[in-house]
Design a binder for this molecule. Structure first.
Ligand code: NAD
Length: 239
């Protein structure tokens, strides 16, 4: 396996550091890096990895297109316009855009789809995510992905972000979605299917950022040489 040459945006952040920590053991080398406001030089890089901030996505896409370098986008919290810009970039270069690079989470996504199809409209659906106090976006990108999966399986459902006051009885059409913030929690996600007299809960807990970093490097190796297109972690894992 040849050494993978990566360029990294958000290098000074928690995820940037996690990627730097595991790069050598994944046979990858960081040949260029940038953080807040720095231009990134892509000459010599085979792939660009981004874990920074949604506001950087436009210039990151432009740089990757200009240098014809595929992109692994790990940042979450993009607006609809920013997501559209990423999808437009994927018409010119290969982009892996995943709200969560852990293998375990991708099992949770598949199990959630399966459970939604089995339990259907009879169960009340709630998503709860827990993250460290420094996280900037809510709900987490993974919680949004879980909600999209539930809505695809059960198209009559609508999202309800939290509850307060005399919120009334729960509507059957709701998917409740709740963000808990505190301490140094790396990331927990639970999907609750609550029925009459029984409840199914699917939970994933990330113990360290290493799993995201290794998953992002796996995606980076996979995407090199792929045709233009918008891919996600399911493509990378062959699910
Ligand atoms: P962080 O705040 O620790 O790091 C972000 C870094 O990006 C900082 O060093 C900051 O200076 C830099 N930055 C901010 N704005 C920038 C800009 N406009 N241009 C360039 N750099 C900029 O955050 P983190 O915990 O490392 O997470 C980074 C992103 O990755 C978040 O959106 C987070 O939700 C996401 N994330 C995704 C996954 C996944 O598996 N997809 C896993 C963990 C975190």
């Amino acid at each position: 396996m040849t050494k993978l040459r990566i360029a990294l945006v958000g290098a000074a952040g928690r995820m940037g550091q996690a990627i730097a920590d595991v790069a050598a053991s994944e046979n990858a080398e960081i040949v260029a890096k940038s953080d807040l406001g720095d231009e990134i030089a892509l000459a010599g890089a085979e792939v660009l990895i981004d874990f920074s901030h949604p506001d950087a996505s436009r210039s990151i896409c432009d740089s990757a297109i200009k240098s014809k370098v595929p992109l692994v986008m790990g940042t979450t919290g993009h607006s609809t316009k920013q997501r559209d810009e990423i999808a437009a970039a994927a018409k010119q270069i290969a982009v892996v855009f995943a709200s969560n690079f852990s293998v375990g989470i991708n099992a949770l996504l598949a199990l959630t789809e399966r459970a939604a199809k089995i339990l259907g409209d009879d169960f009340d659906l709630e998503i709860v995510e827990v993250h460290h106090r420094m996280k900037k976006d809510a709900p987490s990108g993974t919680a949004k992905t879980l909600a999209e999966i539930l809505q695809r399986a059960l198209p009559t459902k609508n999202l309800r972000h939290g509850r307060e006051g005399i919120s009334g009885e729960r509507e059957k059409s709701e998917i409740g979605i709740h963000s808990v913030r505190g301490g140094d929690v790396v990331g927990d996600h639970t999907v609750i299917f609550a029925g009459q007299g029984e409840r199914v809960e699917l939970t994933h807990r990330a113990g360290s950022r290493e799993t995201f970093a290794r998953g992002a490097l796996r995606a980076a190796r996979w995407v090199v040489g792929k045709p233009a297109g918008l891919y996600d972690m399911r493509n990378v894992l062959g699910l």
